[in-house]
Ligand binder design. Structure first.
Ligand code: DX5
Ligand code: ZN
Length: 246
């Protein structure tokens, strides 16, 4: 399996002190920063947009390699994912992870290839994200079956293949929710089919749930409240890493 990547979600950070929170989190051993973008439509919550991402980018060193330390892993919980690709690239996003459900229901007028119909195919969106110079991720909510991901993961053209799949282990929208072990068979199915894929899990991960997720085959671990609400965040980051690497 690919290496462990620990990606604390800054959703549980102190928003009034984001720059320092982000640089501290990297110093404490995090690999990536997981940046939750919510638009109040795809999910019933709002977070922040490109200007905030651009400002925090200036507090964190850019990754020097693909998947390297300091990667901004932007989890796009937005209804119109193709509309925001260029803006987030400009803001300093490295990995643009869109929701499958949003892509197939998108009604945005702007389309990467000038298509006149309202749907964006996930393959087309992944290609567009790659063309803009970012890594591409594709996420699914608990209600979405894992096999919808096979079309892109099996794409012959690497430009249409995602660099990461995200299996949500809570209903997206809020930090601090209870981990849904019911989602782990999706992780197992992906790991069995794709030994080298970066598989991210997000929601309810922490010392009490990491072993199940790691055993299922997840290697990219998002943790918000478990890291930022802990008395010793560095110890939690180390514990998560050990669980994936063991
Ligand atoms: C939820 C977000 C998560 C959230 C996780 O919609 O996608 O990234 O921050 O928070 P915890 O780790 O507290 O469940
Ligand atoms: Zn997230």
């Amino acid at each position: 399996a690919p290496k462990a990547i620990i990606a604390p979600s800054i959703l549980s950070a102190d928003f009034a002190d984001l720059g320092a929170e982000c640089s501290r989190t990297i110093q404490r051993g995090a690999d990536w920063l997981h940046v939750d973008i919510m638009d109040g439509h795809f999910v019933p919550n709002l977070t922040f947009g490109p200007p905030v991402v651009a400002k925090i980018r200036s507090h964190v060193d850019r990754p020097t390699e693909k998947h390297g330390r300091g990667t901004f892993d932007c989890h796009m919980m937005i209804a119109e994912p193709k509309k925001w690709v260029k803006e987030f690239k400009k803001a300093g996003c490295d990995l643009y992870c869109f929701h499958y459900e949003a892509a197939i229901n998108s009604t945005a007028a702007e389309s990467p290839e000038g298509r006149s119909d309202s749907k964006t195919s996930p393959r087309e969106l992944i290609r567009f994200i790659h063309e803009q110079g970012m890594l591409a991720g594709i996420a699914i909510k608990p209600a979405t079956p894992v096999d919808v991901l096979y079309d892109v993961l099996d794409a012959e053209d690497p430009a249409e293949r995602p660099d990461m799949a995200l299996i949500m282990t809570v209903e997206p929208g809020f930090g601090g929710q209870k981990f849904m072990a019911s989602e782990l068979p999706k992780v197992q199915a992906l790991r069995a089919r794709y030994p080298e894929l970066n598989i991210e899990v997000d929601g309810g991960l922490g010392p009490g749930t990491i072993d199940q997720a790691a055993d299922a085959g997840a290697n990219v671990i998002v943790a918000g409240s478990a890291v930022f609400c802990a008395p010793d965040p560095a110890a939690v980051i180390a514990l998560l890493r050990e669980a994936v690497e063991k």
